[in-house]
Structures are given as C-alpha cells and as structure tokens.
Design a binder for this molecule. Structure first.
Ligand SMILES: CC(C)[C@H](C(=O)O)[C@@H](O)C(=O)O
Ligand code: SF4
Length: 426
C-alpha cells in the first residue's frame, strides 16, 4: 500500500484498502473557515446538538479577516457563538491568519493524520505526510455530527522531482512547471505523491507551497514522505503523538511523471489560467510587461521565507511612483517573525503596504483588489478572470522573488540579477 492508503485503512479500521474502494474514515481534525457558516446551518438542519468532539474541530477566520463589511462581521459572530456553545478547545479568530498556515503552526497538522477543511487548498498538509483534503458544508456538517466521512480511495500518481534548483528557481517555480505539463485537469480526484531528491532535501515552507498547488491540477490530496525538516517542525508542535506512514517498496503508481529541477528557470503562470505556464524570459522577450501591483501573500506564497526574500531584494531600494506592492503575511506568526528580523520595516521603507494576515486579495475580497485593466504579479495560486478583483484585470503568478524584482522595476523582470546582489550583501 501507499502511505496515504495506510492512513485511510488505519482510520477506517481496515487492514487493506485500494484505489476505487469507498471507506468511512475517522477524521483526526476538522477545520471550518469563515466562508462556511453554512456548515453550522447544515449541522442544525441535520439534527445536530453538540459537535462529536470539541478537541477535534475548529474555526479559522481568514477569508474575511478582519471583517471588511457588516455581513462578514455577522458571519464571524454566528460562528464564534457556535464555537463558544460547543466549548471548542481551539479557536482562530481574525488575528490568526490563513487556515493552512495556522493549522501546522498550532500543531494540528502532523504525519499520518486525516485533516479535512472547508477549503480546496487543504492538500497543503501533504507536506507533513498527512491526508489533507477539502470538503463542502454538508460533508463538514456530517463530520461535526459523527466524526467520520466517506472517501473514495484515490488513484495515486507520482510526480518525481530530482536535481538541485538553479538560482532563481523556487518551489513555486517548480510546481508551476509541473502544472504546465500535467495541466489543470491532470490529477482530478487523484492523489499526487511528490518524490525525488529535490523533495527529500526541501524545507517545510517549500513543501507546503508545492502540495498547496496540487489542487490546481484537481488533486484530491497530496503527499510527501516526511523528511528531517518536517519531523523537526512537527515534533516541537504536534498536539498529540503521531505515526509516520511509509509506502511499501512494491507499490505501483497509476502514472509517474519525472522532472529535472536543475533544468528549470524562473517561471510564470500567465493570464488567465494557472496552467498557462511559460519561462519568465520567454514572456518578456517580445516586449515589456508593465505592472500595476505586486502581491506577496496567501497559503502559497506568504510564508516567512517568501517575505524574507522579498525584503532582502527590496532593502534600501524603493518601488517606483504609481506602482504598489501588497505584502500579506500568511499568519500572525509569520508577521511576528518578519517584524523580529526587521523585514517589515525594510519593506515599508521600500514603499510596500503591509496588510493583516489572512486571505485578503488572494481571492479578491479586500486589501489589494485590482481595478479593470490592471496587471498584477502575485505569489498566490489562482489567476482566472476576477480572482483578485475586476474580471478585466490580469494576474501573473510567480515566486515571491520574481514579484519583488519585478515591481521594483515596474515590469516583469528576471529575479536572478537581484538574487546575485543579495548573495554579495549576505
Ligand atoms: C472556499 C474557497 C472560496 C476557496 C477554496 O476552497 O479554495 C478559497 O480559499 C480559494 O482559494 O479559492
Ligand atoms: S490564501 Fe487564497 S488560496 Fe489560500 S485559502 Fe485563502 S483564498 Fe484560498
């Protein structure tokens, strides 16, 4: 069996499961974000009184945090009341950050578990060797009632990433390259296991970025075998003992795709779809692509490492007049660490706006919405029309280093010369 199958088997009381089988599994942790007040309504409609376990579910207020309008404030209020009434052990209010960043920081994402959330990017937790997946309100209400949910055991495909990343190639570039090949429907309902020497040596933040975007290929879940970096991270934080699962040597993947990371270049996902992937140098060779806004944030590209590289590129410089750069730390912990390092000050002096941790303009709710005709380069994960505001705005997805270098120049720019400069000053 694959490690993911072992997780599903263990939680559904079976010795063995295989692709296509339907199982009913115990949920180790369930998380509801603030777009899903419907979960509470469905819970009551289904006859719910109290949640099945007040230590295994939580709310995270991230999509509308702090509440940008009265409706959002009202939704938060109703969810807070539900959390109080059920005496939920964990609660992440508008001061916490994006759910997928907050869960591991709080020790609620760890190897061998099933973590379900009302959000498609729950695939992120594959970075920790967990089975993470997103569900809608009715499924989530079922979990709150019973602690269980049905799953179809997914087919598992391997995405093998070997080699060392050249300068300017970040985990974001790597996953954009994978998307360019597999396309947005390349893994519908499947699980993607990211393997290979690149993944083995990758830190927690990079692993999260890659697993996060597995859902952009339609994946049900993602997986990476935990490495030492993950074990160090979770052993300091996990709220309970965990068991790492390992894939059997004779497990056969449904498909296997190989990538040589050492041959990749800084990469862009161009408007208007996430799999419209091109090398950055190809996009600019036919002429400048002027930018209005840079955006560094989200559960894909708003971690400490992402803001750190941007701060280093921008330190002592100034973004041009009539351009803007929004920095949205993925969580309060990320924000605090960036403050401690002086990065927030460097970024403010460079002309950036720092917004409250949360989803913000990643999905066009507030804090950096785009106007018609504007062009934004963003470290987020989706670029379909209307994603960050106007349906007539254009979004280029890229690594945070590419976003920082580009907005500094006012147009899409190769980050490599700027990264060379950092090396000299480091
Ligand atoms: C709930 C929802 C709007 C959502 C998701 O499920 O991914 C959001 O976080 C996104 O990134 O589009
Ligand atoms: S940061 Fe963006 S992608 Fe992540 S959960 Fe929020 S809206 Fe979705």
């Amino acid at each position: 069996m694959h490690a993911l199958e072992k997780i599903l088997a263990k939680n559904s009381g079976k010795d063995h499961v295989s692709a296509g089988e339907i199982v009913t599994a115990d949920i180790d942790f369930a998380e509801i974000n603030d777009l899903y007040l419907q979960t509470v309504y469905s819970f009551y409609e289904m006859g719910g009184k109290k949640v099945w376990d007040n230590t295994k579910c939580t709310f995270v207020f991230d999509h509308y945090a702090p509440a940008p309008d009265e409706k959002a404030a009202q939704n938060h209020k109703e969810m807070r009341e539900f959390a109080k009434k059920n005496n939920l052990k964990y609660h992440f209010d508008t001061n916490a950050g994006v759910c997928h960043q907050v869960m591991p920081e709080a020790g609620l994402a760890y190897p061998g578990m099933i973590l379900v959330a009302t959000d498609s990017h729950t695939t992120t937790h594959g970075a920790f060797g967990a089975f993470g997946t997103g569900v809608g309100a009715t499924d989530m209400a079922t979990i709150l009632l019973t602690g269980k949910l049905w799953f179809r055991v997914p087919e598992i495909i391997e995405v093998r990433l070997d080699g060392e990343a050249p300068e300017g190639v970040f985990p974001k570039d790597v996953i954009l390259n994978v998307l360019g090949k597999l396309k947005a429907d390349g893994a519908v309902y499947k699980a993607i296991d990211f393997t290979g020497s690149y993944v083995d040596q990758l830190g927690v933040a990079g692993r999260m970025t890659i697993c996060n975007m597995a859902v952009e290929m339609g994946a049900k879940t993602a997986y990476m075998q935990p490495n030492q970096a993950v074990l160090d991270y979770v052993s300091k934080r996990a709220v309970k003992p965990f068991e790492v699962q390992y894939t059997d040597d004779d497990f056969e993947y449904q498909e296997s795709h190989q990538f040589d990371v050492s041959k990749m270049q800084p990469t862009l996902s161009c408007p208007n779809s996430v799999d419209n992937v091109h090398a950055l140098t190809d996009v600019v060779k036919d002429g400048d692509v002027e930018l209005d806004q840079g955006y560094i944030g989200s559960c894909t590209g708003g971690r400490f490492e992402d803001i750190e590289v941007a701060a280093k590129i921008l330190k002592g410089k100034r973004i041009p007049k009539f351009k803007r750069l929004d920095i949205v730390p993925a969580s309060a912990e990320v924000m605090r660490r960036c403050i401690e390092k002086g990065y927030i000050k460097d970024l403010i002096l460079a002309g950036a706006t720092i917004a409250a941790p949360g989803c913000a303009a990643c999905l066009g709710i507030h804090e950096g919405i785009l106007a018609s005709g504007e062009v934004c380069m963003s470290s987020t994960n989706r670029n379909f029309p209307g994603r960050m505001g106007s349906v007539d705005a254009k979004i280029y997805l890229a690594s945070p280093a590419a976003v920082a270098s580009s907005i500094l120049n006012g147009k899409i720019t190769d980050p490599r010369p700027y990264l060379d400069e950092i090396k000299v000053t480091d």
